[in-house]
Design a protein around this ligand. Structure first.
Ligand code: SME
Length: 160
């Protein structure tokens, strides 16, 4: 049995340190990318407060395809350059969006989502997928979240 519990009193630095160590332990030695994404999506949902969707989209045949996640059912395919995920995948740059309603082309998979953080996962500098976090709160994510999820994307690059 796995028993990785977030310390709900911890600050973000400690929370991300614990999240990285749990993600590393869960994926260590496991070659199956889907299994690894599934466990990390569940960890993200458990560790990050005030998120309604935490998960992955994978680059498949030149578009993003839904991967493992925690949350409500979501859009299955997203063209590159469309929506927050599609822009992150096309540019290779993190998208930190305080208000999704102000983001041109935002795709509303879950009407509750108000802010979003999308971080590309790169292997040999090519985008192989993205980590997508959605929150029902405006401006839920900040630079510390961005740094924490970018470090997670590096940790996962060879495991998904
Ligand atoms: N809102 C995203 C789509 C994915 S869902 O949030 C899970 C976007 O605009 O890319």
């Amino acid at each position: 049995m796995f028993d990785f519990k977030p310390d709900t009193q911890a600050g973000k630095a400690d929370l991300y340190r614990d999240l990285h160590s749990a993600a590393d332990a869960l994926t260590s030695g496991e070659p199956d990318g889907v299994a690894n994404m599934a466990n990390v999506a569940a960890l993200l949902g458990d560790f990050l407060p005030d998120c309604n969707w935490t998960g992955f989209y994978r680059m498949v045949g030149g578009e993003l395809v839904l991967g493992p996640f925690a949350g409500r059912p979501a859009c299955i395919r997203i063209p590159l350059g469309v929506g927050v995920c599609g822009v992150a995948a096309k540019t290779g740059e993190t998208q930190l969006v305080e208000d999704v309603h102000a983001f041109p082309g935002h795709i509303a998979c879950d009407a509750r989502s108000r802010s979003e953080l999308v971080v590309p996962i790169k292997r040999d500098s090519a985008v192989v997928g993205v980590i997508d976090l959605d929150s029902p709160d405006l401006a839920r994510f900040d630079a510390e979240d961005q740094a924490g999820i970018e470090a997670l994307a590096v940790l996962l690059a060879d495991k998904v």
